[in-house]
Each structure stands twice: as structure tokens, then as C-alpha cells.
Design a binder for this molecule. Structure first.
Ligand SMILES: *Cc1c(COP(=O)(O)O)cnc(C)c1O
Length: 379
């Protein structure tokens, strides 16, 4: 494929954002908007490569933010689309700026709402919401489960102060992670049981993120059904704020093999690091796919691939290949647009990978180049 040849000629390590793959995801999301009238927002914490914001803004309604910096980025780079923000707690000094640029501000507690309420309500154009915690989720990894015991995220029914709702126009829940419409269906049932009576008085309900809408096996029709059901039953607008679903499978990380050694098995050292350039490999954890590879021992040559840092656990995974690896070979990791560029770091003085865009015609364009100064400036 011409595109892969172009990618393999780039200096490594580098991320490559795949415009055609992004468009494929965005078309699916746009279709959901068309069939439901809901608003889909990019959760910028997953993917904030704003060189693609003009493209994204053609398909979906806007962005959501985790705080002032992401909100400002959306304001600067995504024109006049919707900007929403949720943060577990806002700072006094940021709040006026948020009021100036956001359409929705979602609070995590009644104490935050009461703290900011006067300033909030003196501002005409912004709507305010509360994040609820329905205490139901199907996520098994605690670090990604907003409903685990004593979670600080969202208001439980026990802590819901129904007399403090004046000025609140919507509720928000975020309890999913890489899940299907069947999980949403079961979640919505609990949300209705616990918070349904409040929904009748609201203008909107935000379903949060974690919807795997653009994965091939996702039941888009069921999502459309659920959104329309909620919309009609409670007469409200629905918002969905996926991060992963916007950018899943829409990027690569290209690396060069620096050394090949042995210790009980074949070892390969790449010029990219799990800890620095794809931290979710260690945090989730998961095994990223490399084009042309198989699970260990499926193909004749198996290697344990690790990064060039001093962290013993900086291991990307075990992979088998049809041919022996050679020093200087390049490998392409897939699905490296989301939760990688936004999470990378310069631990061990590792360089940040440059960022390229692979446009829909298969041509690559340099977006950002990083060097020593980027490392030094943060220290
Ligand atoms: C993380 C997050 C999202 C996006 O989640 P994805 O799993 O990337 O879809 C949306 N909303 C909130 C509040 C989040 O914390």
C-alpha cells in the first residue's frame, strides 16, 4: 500500500494521524446525529490533535473538555462549535474564562454548584449541569471505573439535593469504557430508576463517553433507539461525548529497531517506549498491534519488543514475524492516535515523537517536530 510506504520513509519515532480513518469514524458519528438529533462531542482528553479540528467540526457538534486548557483549545481551534466542560472541581480563577467560552458547564457536586452558582447564573448564555453517579457500571478495571466504591466522580442518589436544582438544565453520567449499546441500555435503565423523576424537569441528558460506536461490532441501531426513546420520553436533548470512538484506529506510531539481543528469548529494542509514547500499554494494559505481526510463536521469529528507557517494565509485548528482524527495520503500531499523543512524556529524556498527518490521498505532512528544547522547557 502506497500509504504504508510513505509512512515507512518518515524519521522515527513518529505518530501518523490517518485522515481517511478519522473520516470513516466521523461519518458513523454523523449518521447517529442525523438519526436522533442528538449532539456528539469529541472528548478532547482522548485526542486533541487540533490540526484535525476543522475536519472534525464538519461532522459532529463540538467538543467536551476536562478543564480550562482543553476548553480554550477548542475555542481557539474549532471555530463556533459547541464547547462543554466537566471537571471534578473548578478553580475560582478559571471560572470567568470558562463562562466566556463554554456552552455547558457540568459540576461534579452540589458543593461546587453552590460555590459557583451566583457567578454562573449572572451569565446568560451558558447552561449548567450536574454529573450523577448511578452506581452502576460494567467496567472491571478500577482505574477506569467511575462507579467503584467511594468514587469521587458524580453525585450518588443519596447525596442528590433535589431542592438545589434551580438553574440546572441537565444531568450528565459517564460510566462506560469501550462498551457496546447493550451496556448503555442496562445503564440507562438504572439511571431512569434512580434519577428518572428529575429528568422530566431537565433540558438535556449527557450520556458521557465510553461508547465504542465506531467499532465494527457496535450496534448503532440500538444506540439510535435508546437516544430516541430518552429524547421522547423526557422531552430532552441528548448529548454523547466519545473520545475513543472519534479517533479509534486512526493513527500509527512508527519505530525503528535499534538493537537485537537474547536472554532466554529474542529481544528487540525499539526507538519508541511504552512508558513514554504509549503509556496505556502499561496502564490498561493492552497489546498494541504491529502491521505484519502475529501473536508470539505463530510466525517463525518471535521477539520481545521493548523501549530504550531504563525502566525494566518498558515492554511493548511479544510478537512473531515471518522474517528475522534486522537492526534498522521499521515497525508500524496501529491505533495510536487516541490516548497516546495526549499522554506522552519525556521520562528518561526520551524525545517526543514527531507528528505527521497522512492525508486522504496517502500523502504525509509534518504537523509538529519536537527536540531537546521541548524536553528541557518542562523541567
Ligand atoms: C473519558 C471521558 C470521556 C471520553 O471517554 P472515551 O472512553 O474516550 O469515549 C467522556 N466524558 C467524560 C466525562 C470522560 O471522563
Amino acid at each position: 500500500m502506497k500509504a504504508y510506504e510513505n509512512i515507512l520513509n518518515l524519521p522515527t519515532p513518529c505518530y501518523v494521524i490517518d485522515e481517511a480513518a478519522l473520516i470513516k469514524n466521523l461519518e458513523i458519528l454523523q449518521n447517529v446525529e442525523h438519526h436522533t438529533d442528538c449532539h456528539i462531542l469529541l472528548a478532547q482528553k482522548a485526542f486533541s490533535s487540533y490540526c484535525t479540528y476543522p475536519l472534525i467540526s464538519k461532522y459532529i457538534s463540538g467538543t467536551t473538555s476536562s478543564g480550562i486548557f482543553e476548553a480554550r483549545l477548542a475555542h481557539e481551534e474549532m471555530g463556533n462549535k459547541q464547547i462543554h466542560v466537566f471537571s471534578p472541581a473548578y478553580k475560582d480563577e478559571d471560572f470567568d474564562e470558562l463562562l466566556g467560552i463554554c456552552d455547558h458547564i457540568v459540576f461534579n457536586s452540589f458543593s461546587q454548584w453552590k460555590h459557583f452558582r451566583n457567578r454562573a447564573l449572572s451569565h446568560g448564555n451558558v447552561e449548567f449541569g450536574l454529573r450523577i453517579n448511578p452506581e452502576y457500571s460494567e467496567i472491571e478495571t478500577d482505574i477506569y471505573n467511575p462507579c467503584f466504591a467511594n468514587s469521587r466522580l458524580g453525585i450518588t442518589l443519596d447525596n442528590f439535593e433535589e431542592n438545589e436544582l434551580e438553574g440546572i438544565s441537565g444531568l450528565h453520567f459517564h460510566t462506560m469504557c469501550e462498551q457496546g449499546a447493550d451496556t448503555l441500555e442496562r445503564t440507562i435503565k438504572v439511571v431512569e430508576e434512580k434519577f428518572g423523576k428529575y429528568l422530566y424537569g431537565m433540558k438535556w441528558l449527557n450520556f458521557g463517553g465510553g461508547h465504542h460506536i465506531t467499532k465494527p461490532d457496535y450496534d448503532v441501531d440500538k444506540l439510535i433507539e435508546i437516544v430516541n426513546y430518552i429524547k421522547e420520553k423526557y422531552k430532552l436533548q441528548v448529548y454523547i461525548e466519545p473520545g475513543e470512538a472519534v479517533a479509534v484506529d486512526a493513527g500509527y506510531l512508527v519505530t525503528t529497531i535499534l538493537d537485537l539481543t537474547k536472554n532466554g528469548m529474542n529481544l528487540a529494542i525499539a526507538d519508541t517506549s511504552a512508558a513514554c509514547h504509549m503509556p496505556d500499554v502499561l496502564e490498561m494494559p493492552y497489546r498494541p498491534y504491529i502491521i505484519g505481526s502475529e501473536l508470539p510463536y505463530v510466525l517463525p521469529y518471535t521477539y520481545r519488543l521493548g523501549g530504550p528507557t531504563c525502566l525494566a517494565g518498558d515492554i511493548i509485548g511479544d510478537y512473531s514475524f515471518a522474517e528475522k528482524l534486522k537492526i534498522g527495520d521499521k515497525l508500524i503500531f496501529t491505533d495510536m492516535a487516541m490516548y497516546s499523543i495526549v499522554k506522552n512524556n519525556t521520562f528518561n529524556g526520551m524525545p517526543l515523537p514527531d507528528i505527521y498527518l497522512l492525508d486522504k490521498n496517502g500523502n504525509t505532512r509534518l504537523i509538529k517536530k519536537f527536540g531537546y528544547e521541548d524536553f528541557k522547557r518542562r523541567l
